[in-house]
Design a binder for this molecule. Structure first.
Ligand code: CUA
Length: 312
């Protein structure tokens, strides 16, 4: 579920409280305006046989002042409340042991780098839960490889844009382990809607296990021929598989590809069949993606898929 009304981290909690305030104020404005319009329509409607012009009222100072001052006050309240929440989130004092993650937006997928841990992954961000026993905050530094994107996981934090030539920051401190969904929230091109985000909040133990696993070089369980098929294909120009000669940086890191549950930054299960279709004709599955078809022989595609599915 993606809803700002079920916050599970401090920044989202603050956004939620602000939203409630804004909704109450705007709701009250709506009720007052709608009531007066309804009263005016019913009470002052033209009655049968009444052809006289209604009373013309000009320049009532009291009314003019009231409907100028009240809206100005409302705007001032909304603006200061929003500015307060924004600066409270932005100026939050980061704990020294905060987990640092660099988020890089790409057309149309997410790259997550953990500089201190030597981990690079895509589309599914793993972070530790912020528990009483082990308090932990995650600080995200957001950059983009191309156009403006926006990082938005409604249950965890408000939107933060990823802007060319600039590094923005936000932070997450969810205490409940779960998978939180989000999406790119800035129109970034043809597949903007298929730029899903998954934030997997692990218990502290699960997170440590995940880190240990991700730090391993790629599994070597595949048949050498299958691996060779991949390493001789154009795939390596864009993809990295740690521990092999594949060191491209344009596409997602595939070192532990099968540890991710989805493919192509969409609601698409990461399994052999989908992977095969994706490699065979990426443009049919995600038109406008940078992944292209190389029209490889069927047998080579099968070998590549066998190799990739071995990368646990
Ligand atoms: Cu990236 Cu919209």
């Amino acid at each position: 579920m993606t809803s700002i009304f079920s916050p599970h981290a401090t920044p989202a909690e603050r956004v939620f409280r602000l939203s409630v305030l804004v909704l109450i104020i705007c709701g009250a404005v709506f009720v007052v305006v709608a009531t007066w319009i309804t009263v005016a329509i019913i009470r002052f409607r033209r009655k049968p046989g009444d052809n006289a012009e209604p009373a013309q009222i000009y320049g009532s100072n009291q009314i003019e002042i009231a409907w100028t001052v009240i809206p100005v006050l409302i705007v001032v309240v909304l603006t200061t409340a929003t500015a307060r929440i924004t600066s409270a989130v932005q100026d939050h004092q980061m704990p020294k042991d905060a987990l640092e993650v660099t988020v890089i937006g790409h057309q149309y997928w997410w790259e997550f780098q953990y500089p201190a841990l030597g981990i690079v992954t895509a589309n599914e961000l793993h972070i530790p839960a912020n528990t009483t026993a082990e308090p932990r905050t995650t600080r995200l530094t957001l950059k983009t490889a191309d156009v403006v994107h926006s990082f938005w996981v409604p249950e965890l934090a408000g939107k933060t844009d990823l802007i060319p030539g600039q590094a923005n920051q936000t932070w997450l401190d969810p205490s409940r382990p779960a998978v939180y969904l989000g999406n790119c929230a800035e129109l970034c091109g043809i597949q903007h809607a298929n730029m899903l985000l998954r934030v997997v909040v692990d218990s502290p133990e699960d997170f440590r296990a995940w880190v240990r696993h991700q730090q391993q070089p790629a599994a070597e369980t595949a048949a050498p021929d299958d691996q060779m098929a991949f390493l001789s294909a154009p795939c390596i120009a864009c993809h990295t598989i740690r521990g092999t000669s594949a060191a491209g940086v344009l596409g997602p890191d595939l070192t532990h590809l099968m540890s991710r549950s989805t493919l192509t930054a969409r609601e698409l299960a990461n399994n052999r069949e989908n992977l095969k279709n994706w490699i065979h004709d990426p443009q049919a599955m995600k038109k406008g993606s940078k992944m292209i078809s190389f029209s490889l022989p069927q047998a080579t595609e099968d070998q590549i898929v066998s190799y990739l599915t071995s990368l646990q």
